[in-house]
Every structure is written in C-alpha cells, then in structure tokens.
Design a protein around this ligand. Structure first.
Ligand code: AMP
Length: 215
C-alpha cells in the first residue's frame, strides 16, 4: 500500500497516518517530523530548514525532494508507505512521479482530507506536541487531552505549543495550502488517483479512508 495523504495543516493527516501504520503495517513518512528532528539535532538540514519553519513558510523544494529521495530508498519502505505532508507543490509532485518511476513503483491512492478552515484554525490553536523529538505525539487540549496536563502519556515528555501553530502562522500556512498545495488535487485527479474524505470526526474519517483503500 502506497499512498499520499493530502490536506491542509490540521486536517488530520498525522492522526490518520498513525492508525494506518498499525492497520496496514506500513511506514509513515512525515516531512514535518523529519525536519523538526533535524532542527532539534542541529544538523545541516535542520539549519537550512529552521528559519522557513519558524515563519510558517514552506522549505525549498530541492531540500524536501532530497529528503524524500533518500527516505524512500530505505528498507522499511518496501512494505508500503504513507506520505504525510509531501508533496506540497506541483514541483514536488513532479519530482515524486519521476522518483517512483525510477524505482519502478506506483502509487495506489491519493486521499484528500477535507476540513473547513475555521475548524482547522481552532484545532491547531488547541494542539500540543510532545517536545521529545523521537516521540512527537500530538494531543488536543479539548478533544484529546493528555492524562496529566502538559505531560506526554507515551514518554513523559513535556508538551508544547509549536512555534508555527499560533493563529497568525496557521493563517499563513493555510494560504500556502490554498495557493501552492491545492493545485495538487487537480493534478492527482488527472492521474486518476484522487479521492476525498471529509474529516469532521476522526473516527468517521479513518473509516472513510479505509473504505477508499480497501476498494
Ligand atoms: P507539517 O508538520 O507537515 O505541517 O510541516 C511543518 C513545516 O515543515 C511546514 O510548515 C514547512 O515549513 C515544512 N515542511 C514540511 N513538509 C514540507 C514540504 N513537503 N514542502 C515544504 N515544506 C515542508
């Protein structure tokens, strides 16, 4: 199973990926997580990406494409993968197409998660993320609180609000989604791979995604 989850920030890509990883025994490739890890460990990649991320801007295509190229070659991708947060521009989608063709593999599905923008801003403003970079579990103070306030249930790490998850930065990221990422919907419709699933309720959205995947 090889799929792309397409959707604005806060549309539920991460939460749905976590479920699919368990259900289908495939790996989640989140470019956001890879970049946050690189920033936290101060690698060359992290230094390149950090300023863009703090502003809520997209990291340049060549940087992201390089990351995915290396990641897809790793052994654990052989069973299948979910691309979460990639591609985000037409240039990335074209690069992915070429990469997959070179590796002689095909995508099964591109699922677009649809959520009204007002709901997204509200969701993200209430989001808290585990500051332990090898965990990065995500909570929501309203809909999915941790058992102890401010502490991760999984690893005991401190929960934080990400710098790019303030209302202002979210508005900026949504504009990027509208301008640069949403053209991918048409792109994948033309490729015959696109399906849409509404995510107003996470359990229903997961069921909807599985229905698409199970044909
Ligand atoms: P995410 O967790 O997917 O919302 O990603 C967090 C941040 O990482 C984004 O706001 C971008 O700055 C950067 N990023 C992640 N994936 C990409 C991508 N495919 N292209 C460009 N920037 C990205």
């Amino acid at each position: 199973m090889r799929l792309i989850l397409l959707g604005a920030p806060g549309s539920g890509k991460g939460t749905i990926s976590a479920d699919l990883v368990e259900s289908y025994k495939i790996v989640q490739i989140s470019t956001g997580d890879i970049l946050r890890n690189a920033v936290a460990s101060g690698t060359e990649l992290g230094l390149k990406a950090s300023d863009y991320m703090k502003r809520g801007d997209l990291v340049p295509d060549d940087v992201i494409i390089g990351i995915i190229k290396d990641r897809l070659k790793e052994q654990d991708c052989a069973n299948g993968f979910i691309l979460d947060g990639f591609p985000r521009t037409l240039a990335q989608a074209e690069a992915l197409k070429k990469m997959l063709a070179d590796m002689a593999i095909t995508l099964d599905s591109v699922i677009e998660l649809q959520v009204p923008e007002e709901m997204i801003v509200d969701r993200i403003a209430n989001r808290r993320t585990c500051s332990n970079t090898s965990c990065q579990a995500v909570y929501n103070v309203k809909s999915k609180p941790s058992k102890i306030e401010g502490i991760c249930d999984i690893c005991g790490g401190k929960l934080i609000q990400r710098e790019d998850e303030t209302r202002e930065k979210v508005e900026r990221r949504l504009k990027d989604y509208r301008d640069k990422t949403s053209p991918l919907i048409e792109y994948y419709k033309n490729e015959g791979l696109h399906s849409a699933v509404e995510n107003l309720d996470i359990a229903k959205a997961i069921a909807g995604v599985k229905k698409v995947l199970n044909g």
